[in-house]
Design a protein. Structure first.
Length: 274
């Protein structure tokens, strides 16, 4: 990763089933992020279809598309026009007769450089009945972003996932999510611990607010390799929906950060030999 990288997270409550409005809102927010000088902007999980468990299957079936496809074409054009990286959260991807919950990473030239199919659908809200499984973490190497790991929401809750990210030598992890409120303790503690243990930056973008059948946590966060919160967005209390937020932070490789990265690498090397 380059010594300094300005990142932005867009947190809001997309409208379930209203892809046209959600895409309009996302583009407006991306343009705002670019005006604030971000190098990379990250959207939440399933932002284009919203996240209402009662209508999840219907919404996914109605709005699933290919990648590349109409939504990613618009986002690719925006990335090229604005000259920024866009992690397009996830969208429902139609492929081979199945629907996947798929993340897309787009570079400054508008090219799709990586996709990630969520491999741990969240059973509590019935995702396992809607989406086919991916095969594991996705790792992308880039001169600017470094070695990037892509996971989505529930993927990251597993120790096996964290181990795979560590063994892959990932420097930066990007995780879009639609975390529910009962998952707050995991969101608040688990990821900061793993950022510290493995010497990684984490960028985590969540939907936030109250839908008819679910309240989504929000609390989008950017974590450094010392386990510190560089920035965190408001969270939903289960009653009211916070307004849209652009969360920004600069990822800097300071001497302290490099020491934390080196220490984590030393511990992980010793663990791999034992």
């Amino acid at each position: 990763m380059k010594p300094e990288l300005c990142v932005g997270v867009i947190q809001w409550l997309p409208a379930p089933g209203d892809a046209k409005k959600n895409l309009h809102d996302a583009i407006m927010a991306i343009e705002d992020a670019a005006s604030h000088g971000v190098d990379l902007v990250v959207l939440p999980e399933l932002w284009n279809m919203g996240y209402n468990p009662e209508t999840l299957a219907v919404d996914a079936q109605a709005l699933a598309e290919t990648i590349p496809g109409p939504t990613t074409d618009v986002l690719s054009a925006a990335a090229a026009k604005l000259g920024i990286w866009i992690h397009a959260g996830t969208i429902p991807e139609k492929a081979g007769g199945a629907i996947y919950n798929t993340a897309v990473l787009i570079n400054r030239k508008g090219a799709i450089v990586g996709t990630h199919r969520k491999f741990q659908p969240y059973p509590v809200t019935g995702e396992h009945l809607v989406f086919a499984k991916g095969t594991g973490i996705t790792v992308i190497d880039d001169d600017e972003l470094g070695r990037v790991g892509l996971v989505t929401c529930f993927d990251g809750d597993f120790s096996e996932t964290q181990l795979a990210l560590r063994q892959a030598g990932v420097e930066l992890v990007i995780e879009p999510a639609a975390y529910d409120i009962p998952g707050a303790p995991t969101w608040d503690s688990w990821y900061r611990a793993h950022a510290l243990a493995h010497g990684q930056f984490w960028i985590m973008a969540g939907q936030c607010g109250v839908n008819p059948s679910a309240a989504l946590l929000g609390a989008s966060q950017i974590i450094d390799p010392m386990g510190n919160l560089l920035a965190q967005a408001p969270r939903c209390d289960g009653v009211t929906t916070p307004g849209p937020v652009l969360l920004t932070a600069t990822l800097s490789i300071t001497n302290e950060i490099q020491q934390a990265i080196d220490y984590a690498a030393m511990l992980n090397e010793r663990a791999s030999r034992s």
